[in-house]
Write a protein that binds this ligand. Structure first.
Ligand SMILES: Cc1cc2nc3c(=O)[nH]c(=O)nc-3n(C[C@H](O)[C@H](O)[C@H](O)COP(=O)(O)O)c2cc1C
Length: 178
């Protein structure tokens, strides 16, 4: 895959949308490396990087993940399973522990958005998917108990041109000043 013509960041942001149908073409190693690099460049609270990711690439493993993730609609070239790594989070009182877990989930989401934007910039597409069976994935991917999947991200070459989804009126969701 050629990476010669990567659009500027604002164009990437403006033109993105979720991709759920994929062309049956593989994604090469170099491109996967670029995606991973962009994903891991995301910010994280206290730079704790309390995350773990599993890259699923073989046809059979992608099929196995799809079987556990009803939210994955098409057949992607690869799937990224994005997890919170509880082993990187200090334990404290119950409310404090919940708070740090919530924050770690935000960090995973930021990494996933980096991944999706990088994919779009490179002519690929994907979709964050929260509809999956956590326990089943845990067993399939042999995840340790402290590692909990948060999002499953199918990725691949879009099968058709992207369709923009509607957004709420900015006046409804943004307030300037106090
Ligand atoms: C946290 C989160 C979970 C999502 N889970 C799913 C899902 O399970 N299945 C799915 O098809 N799309 C899922 N989506 C994608 C949204 O449906 C999509 O982003 C939304 O409709 C807006 O469309 P756009 O991304 O094309 O702008 C999810 C998005 C987010 C942010």
């Amino acid at each position: 895959m050629s990476h010669d013509h990567v659009p500027d960041a604002l164009t990437v942001l403006r033109t993105r949308s979720a991709v759920r149908d994929f062309a049956p073409v593989p994604v090469d190693d170099r491109t996967v490396d670029l995606l991973v690099e962009a994903m891991l460049a995301a910010p994280s609270a206290s730079n704790r990087q309390a995350w773990r990711f599993v890259v699923v690439r073989t046809h059979d493993s992608v099929r196995a993940v799809r079987a556990l993730a009803p939210g994955v609609l098409g057949v992607p070239a690869l799937v990224m399973v994005a997890c919170v790594d509880g082993g990187r989070i200090g334990v404290g009182s119950a409310p404090a522990a919940q708070r740090v877990t919530d924050v770690a989930r935000l960090c995973v989401a930021m990494a996933v958005e980096n991944l999706l934007l990088a994919a779009h910039a490179l002519g690929l597409g994907g979709c964050p998917v929260s509809s999956f069976h956590t326990g089943g994935l845990r067993v399939l991917l042999d995840l340790p108990p402290e590692v909990t999947p948060q999002l499953v991200v199918p990725l691949g070459r879009p099968a058709r041109p992207l369709r923009k989804s509607v957004r709420r009126d900015p006046d409804e969701v943004i307030r300037y000043g106090l």
